[in-house]
Design a protein around this ligand. Structure first.
Ligand code: PRX
Length: 699
């Protein structure tokens, strides 16, 4: 067929680039071989963009990609400075575009991009676009939890509101470099608050509004914000959640346990969820957003900052209990999020873009707020739940706003897939042209359903692999350029050099499976962990010296395509939310009747991974349904509902080595009931615990 021919041509092209001395031969990942006759396996399952799509795309062919990619690797300074010049810089950066030490053996890790360049990301998102004539273009289409509730903001209106809030923040003493905690649901006020902070050089730290008071407290104590911005309540589906109460507790506990005093709490009244008069109030500290911001001017001078000044802090889970404050700076992040957005989604000014992620996660930072707005895009911001009032809500929204680019997580795809095609097919979805996936590997069957049913076999899927730490996409299809393989994130973005290494940190060439690392920095890379540069180096740069270690496993197939295989550390990925097993364990053991806990991830049909907890109770405490519930409640309370264990497995003892290390490998096998694959248990201090665990598996 013509598709087979095009695929063959593509692969032949990649091959010739590899072999040709002036070609991409030095790029080790491009080890593609000419496609054979057999199309039997997953690896050989190619899906091509239509010729119509490819011919209008920003990058239309592998040749074009390779040319740009090659330049980005061979001349990163030239490549990135040309792109950066499209933004407004009050003062251009110094002579170096990038200054890095990426190799721990040569001293401390340091990454700097565009150092000396003076700019402001809020200015580039708003003022620059308004000045370019986009003032009347819709910046945000806001869709409330209830289908009847919506609002829009044009770029000029957004700029006005951002300025009013920025002026207020300045007035209460927030200065460049001060931290501001934002604990808001997906209201327009969330991106407004982020942009207002950026405008005055304050460092925002958005905390996902599904986190508990304890988790919020921990973050307040760590970053010591000048002010906390929240709202009184939010509705998720039919239920109202009183966010202000959570903030009250957190502010109280931060003072009690961390000696942090928060003098100001700015509260947005979310009238559809809760009335003003019903909101608990602390005079002097609490201020209504709607009372103060209208009193301020709609213009606010920009605080010009260095490209390397911090933009935001975002806490994420690691393999130890304490969340890590991932720090991103201004210039490189700006250039990188804007560019990745434009290419990975084949963005055009006429697009209407919707990303279902919450701004409480990195996806919402880079691809609800900054990346799209730097491109002057119209963005849908959705407050509600995708299953409310029913499972057709997403497609209702797609039709309502004529969404062209739809970006979501595999867990949502799988849950909608389970609810049946009828919820999808009763809507037109004709406007859609590009789909995106993020957060975890998308299994080929979910990919197929997303492609065939949601996208009517018409829309390429950008399966974007990246992380909180990377700031933006790292391995991603460019939708017009590649034949795709369902389930593969395909090839690296410009400037990114992924390598796969073995246990010893040796790069493996060709078809292989190992640990995914990155060689050399990219503009969007995080610069440190807030207040703990040593942990930054130890976690990411020491495991495989000379590289950034992602924590993910990855295989590369014979055509050079990358297949992410999931985390290789003690982090689990539940519905695209990253959760450290150690965090859940420490929550569980805080329960007075829990003596010890070990948590592993197990495969879960919808969530990708589920949380499976082995719990040893204090001597003499009987196993009971009540205790099981209390333990789960403890985790919800200490972390948030999304981290609640799916299963509590009573464990009279845990499998430990003689030196006391828990053997999680065995626990994972028991959790997934792969009992014939337990492997060698003879090195355990007490091998009999394994049988006890198996006996209690379904009790
Ligand atoms: O394991 C990878 C998985 O999500 C992790 C990063 O989580 P977080 O920092 O919360 O950021 C999520 C949104 C970028 C990665 O280490 N992951 C993310 N995207 C993909 C993925 N795994 C496979 N395929 C993806 N497209």
């Amino acid at each position: 067929s013509s598709n087979n021919l095009r695929t063959n041509n593509f692969l032949r092209h990649v091959e010739s680039m590899r072999l040709h001395p002036s070609g991409a031969g030095h790029i080790p990942y491009l080890n593609a071989i000419i496609l054979g006759e057999s199309l039997a396996t997953e690896e050989d399952d190619f899906v091509l963009p239509s010729e119509d799509f490819a011919s209008q795309a920003n990058v239309q062919s592998p040749e074009q990609y390779l040319k740009l990619y090659k330049r980005s690797i061979e001349d990163p300074d030239g490549f990135w400075s040309e792109i950066a010049s499209q933004f407004y810089w009050k003062q251009r950066w110094g002579d170096k575009v990038c200054d890095e030490n990426f190799d721990i053996r040569n001293g401390n890790i340091k990454i700097e991009w565009f150092k000396g360049g003076i700019t402001n990301i809020c200015y580039n998102c708003l003022d620059r676009n308004v000045e370019a004539g986009l003032g009347d273009k819709v910046a945000i289409y806001w869709e409330g939890n209830e289908p009847s509730l919506d609002a829009t903001l044009t770029y000029s209106q957004l700029l006005d509101q951002v300025c009013q809030l920025a002026n207020y923040l300045k007035d209460i003493g927030v200065k460049k470099g001060d931290a501001v905690i934002i604990y808001l649901p997906m209201l327009m006020e969330l991106p407004i608050a982020m942009l207002a902070c950026a405008r005055i050089g304050a460092v925002h730290s958005v905390v996902f509004a599904g986190f508990s008071a304890e988790a919020l407290t921990q973050r307040i104590i760590d970053c010591k914000p000048k002010v906390v911005i929240t709202c009184n309540a939010v509705k998720r589906g039919p239920k109202a959640i009183h966010l202000k109460d959570i903030v009250d507790t957190a502010i109280h506990d931060s003072a009690q346990n961390g000696g942090i005093s928060i003098d100001k709490c700015l509260v947005y009244e979310n009238p559809s969820a809760m009335k003003k008069e019903d909101t608990k109030w602390k005079e002097g500290r609490d201020i209504w957003w709607q009372d103060v911001t209208p009193q301020y001017p709609t213009t606010c001078p920009v605080e010009w900052v260095d490209a390397e000044d911090p933009l935001f802090l975002l806490y994420t889970s690691g393999s130890t209990g304490k969340p890590k404050g991932v720090l991103h700076t201004t210039g490189g992040y700006m250039v990188y999020t804007a560019t990745t957005f434009k290419y990975a989604f084949d963005y055009k000014p006429s697009d209407i873009y919707w990303c279902t992620a919450d701004c409480g996660w990195i996806t919402g930072h880079s691809y609800v707020t900054y990346g799209p707005m730097l491109n002057g895009a119209s963005v849908v911001v959705f407050e509600g739940a995708p299953s409310y009032p029913d499972s057709g809500r997403c497609w209702d929204i797609v039709d309502k706003y004529k969404v062209t680019i739809f970006y979501t997580a595999p867990t949502l795809v799988r849950s909608l897939m389970r609810d049946g095609d009828a919820f999808v097919t009763r809507y037109s979805r004709k406007s859609l042209r590009v789909l995106g996936s993020v957060g975890e590997p998308i299994n080929p069957s979910a990919w197929r359903w997303f492609y065939n049913v949601v996208g009517d076999s018409r829309c390429p899927i950008s399966d974007t692999w990246w992380q909180t730490e990377t700031g933006g996409f790292m391995i991603t299809p460019l939708p017009g350029a590649w034949p795709q393989k369902p389930g593969s994130a395909t090839f690296p973005f410009f400037g990114v050099q992924p390598v796969i290494v073995d246990e010893k940190g040796i790069e493996i060439e060709g078809e292989c499976n190992g640990y995914l690392c990155i060689k050399k920095s990219w503009p969007g890379a995080f610069r440190t962990l807030y207040g703990d540069h040593e942990r930054y180096e130890t976690t990411y740069f020491k495991p495989f010296a000379g590289y950034y270690f992602s924590g993910d496993g990855c295989s590369r197939d014979k055509d050079g395509y990358h297949w992410l295989t999931g985390r290789v550390d003690d982090v689990i990925n539940v519905s695209g939310h990253r959760i450290g097993t150690a965090e859940v364990e420490s929550a569980l053991v805080s329960h007075p009747q829990c003596a010890e806990a070990a948590v592993v991830g197990v495969e879960h049909e919808v969530k990708g991974q589920g949380i499976y907890a082995f719990v040893t109770v204090v001597d003499g405490v009987p196993y009971s349904e009540q205790l099981r519930k209390d333990l789960i409640l403890t985790v919800r309370k200490l972390i948030g509902a999304f981290a609640a264990p799916d299963k509590i497995h009573w464990a009279p003892g845990l499998p430990k080595t003689r030196s006391g290390k828990i053997m999680r490998r065995i626990l994972r096998k028991i959790a997934s009931r792969q009992l014939d694959e337990l492997g060698d248990t003879s090195t355990l201090a007490d091998p009999s615990v394994v049988n006890q665990l198996i006996e209690l598996a379904d009790s």
